[in-house]
Design a binder for this molecule. Structure first.
Ligand code: KIV
Ligand code: NA
Length: 265
């Protein structure tokens, strides 16, 4: 069974089929999500927060993200692997974007990259696409711009909706294969989805986008604090904490290891 491709995602939009996307950053969880049939896995720069412990996505580097991408690619068979280009690795020029994206494609074995921004990065999107690299755009709340946005807040309300639609159309025109819409009013996301022929991927963007994405640790109840738009499908924090304390208790009491965990001479 071959991997999902960007053409499959284009066909899904034509057929009106919604699809799920999750983040992944390591071999074992990526394998679980691949097995669950998640068609698109994003090695997000949210690794800054959930893997590396930074408080924003701004500090994470290409050198830190490429090995995670390689791990996800090596351990999956079916999912399309998308790699996030981190802050500072694509804004200078289309050439810089191509150098960074090439590392994710060659060393990380990704099948696509994602970058934040609309009109301002259209030349980057055009060059990457002409070089054979599928590009996913990311509009609305773009966490790499937290310092200019003044915090993590809803984007595209009121007057700003027109600008968001214009950016989305410019991304489609530049050759992007999909657009992430983060933290935008549901009605605005519905309008963008209707006006674009490429799929929209919502996160905090209501029910009308063509696809949805969540950070897996948020969705699985491992993140200590989550946004309003997250639904929690498991409570891994509690499950892992209980497992760790049960293990600790049994080591201290001597209940673990038992004979069946031990080797005879
Ligand atoms: O980095 C990330 O996890 C993302 C998704 C939430 C869209 O960009
Ligand atoms: Na991201």
């Amino acid at each position: 069974s071959r991997r999902v491709t960007v053409r499959d995602l284009a066909s899904a939009k034509v057929r009106g089929e919604r699809w799920p996307m999750l983040t992944a950053y390591d071999a074992l969880t990526a394998r679980v999500f691949d097995e669950a049939g998640i068609p698109v896995l994003l090695v997000g720069d949210s690794a800054a927060n959930v893997v590396y412990g930074y408080d924003t996505t701004v500090p994470v580097t290409v050198d830190e993200l490429v090995p995670l991408t390689a791990a996800v690619s090596r351990s999956t068979r079916r999912a399309l692997v998308v790699a996030d280009l981190p802050f500072g690795s694509y804004q200078s020029s289309p050439q810089q974007a191509l150098e960074s994206a090439s590392r994710f494609m060659k060393e990380g074995r990704a099948q696509a990259v994602k970058l934040e921004g609309g009109r301002a990065v259209a030349p980057q999107v055009e060059l990457l696409v002409s070089a054979g690299i599928p590009v996913m755009a990311h509009l609305g709340l773009t966490p790499q711009s937290v310092n200019t946005l003044g915090g993590y807040r809803v984007q595209g309300r009121g007057e700003a909706a027109a600008g968001l639609l214009k950016d989305a159309k410019e991304m489609e025109r530049s050759g992007a294969f999909a657009v992430v819409l983060e933290c935008v009013p549901a009605e605005v996301a519905a309008q963008v989805t209707e006006q674009l022929s490429i799929p929209t991927v919502g996160i905090g963007a209501g029910p009308s986008t063509d696809a949805q994405v969540l950070v897996w640790q948020d969705m699985a109840g491992l993140s200590p604090k989550v946004a309003k738009f997250v639904k929690t499908y498991a409570n891994l924090h509690e499950t892992l904490r209980d497992a760790a304390s049960a293990y600790a208790d049994e080591v201290v009491s001597g209940a673990f290891p038992e004979e069946r965990h031990s080797y005879a001479s």
